[in-house]
Design a binder for this molecule. Structure first.
Ligand code: SF4
Length: 306
């Protein structure tokens, strides 16, 4: 059964007071996602969270990756960038360093993030760039018609591996917790209220906020459908005395992906300085790099090419 709290009910009520902002995140582009795809819920929850946290669309940059979730770049108001496979984090990292006055969000699927772009994920966590990253984990490469990804359950037949997937699957949040992140959370695409709450906390976090969404893909992922998740999902908020400051406990709680799948902010270090805070050479500089580049005289540089 899905969790309902006063907090999440209030979130929905408050949305009606800010509906003008919410509607600016909506647009009329043609939807290309399959019926029942988890991407609908994820994007809906993110729009709600942005609205409730007071972000106007012209103050956000959203970097999308290639993949089914990347096709969401047409469906959300605000500035968007649709980049190369596995590279949304690197584009977003550059943007948030150049212009700290905008909220930078990036997303990627399990294919792009845990394979092609895993190096970017690792070093973004280590550097603690001030951005939100959303991992759409649907356990397969959906856009290219259902090949196995690094998170597909072992032994399950997929397009491209009809005899069953050979390697052990990766557990993304467990992997990230091994990198000593400043924020790690997990939610489920079938629970919009929970996702909205997690996104709101992640948007307020100062450093790199990693949010894994367990996303249903009814077209290609038959290994872990909606019902499979609903039988296993539990919430860290329901645990007595769960302390999200304890990295060791966070690692323990996400280890099991067979019986009890815990959702929520499993770890957060609110006191840690982020990448920008630690940049000594910008300590006393008030302007953003993007403004300095705009004002940099390039005439002399151009003369070198005459
Ligand atoms: Fe969604 Fe899967 Fe369809 Fe892609 S293939 S749009 S992830 S349901």
């Amino acid at each position: 059964m899905m969790k309902k709290t006063n907090e999440t009910e209030n979130m929905i009520k408050n949305l009606s007071e800010r509906k003008d902002t919410y509607l600016r995140y909506e647009n009329e582009e043609v939807i290309t996602w399959c019926n029942g795809c988890g991407n609908y819920g994820i994007q809906n929850a993110l729009k709600r969270a942005l609205t409730l946290e007071g972000f106007e669309p012209d103050k956000i940059l959203y970097c999308f990756d290639i993949g089914c979730n990347g096709n969401g770049s047409d469906k959300i108001g605000g500035y968007t960038f649709h980049g190369l496979h596995g590279r949304s984090i690197s584009a977003a990292a550059g943007a948030c360093i150049a212009n700290p006055n905008i909220k930078v969000i990036a997303s990627g699927g399990d294919g792009a993030t845990m394979s092609e772009g895993i190096n970017h994920l690792v070093h973004a966590v280590r550097n603690d760039y001030p951005m939100l990253f959303i991992l759409h984990n649907n356990h397969n490469y959906g856009l290219t018609t259902g090949q196995a990804s690094a998170t597909t359950p072992k032994g399950f037949p997929m397009n491209g591996s009809p005899d069953g997937v050979i390697p052990e699957p990766m557990n993304p949040i467990e992997f990230v917790l091994g990198l000593n992140p400043s924020f790690a959370a997990r939610s489920f695409s079938g629970d919009i209220k929970h996702m909205t709450g997690v996104f709101r906390k992640a948007l307020k976090h100062k450093g790199f906020a990693f949010v894994e969404i367990l996303q249903v893909c009814p077209t290609y992922n038959r290994a872990t459908p909606q019902s499979w998740y609903r039988e296993r999902i539990k919430y860290v908020d329901d645990l007595k005395n769960y302390n999200a400051n304890n990295l060791k406990k966070a690692r323990e709680i996400v280890e099991d992906f067979e019986k009890n799948i815990y959702l929520g902010v499993v770890y957060q270090d609110e006191k840690r300085e982020n990448f920008m805070d630690k940049l000594q050479n910008r300590k006393n500089i008030k302007t953003a790099s993007i403004d300095e580049v705009k004002n940099f005289p390039i005439e002399n540089l151009l003369k070198a090419f005459e």
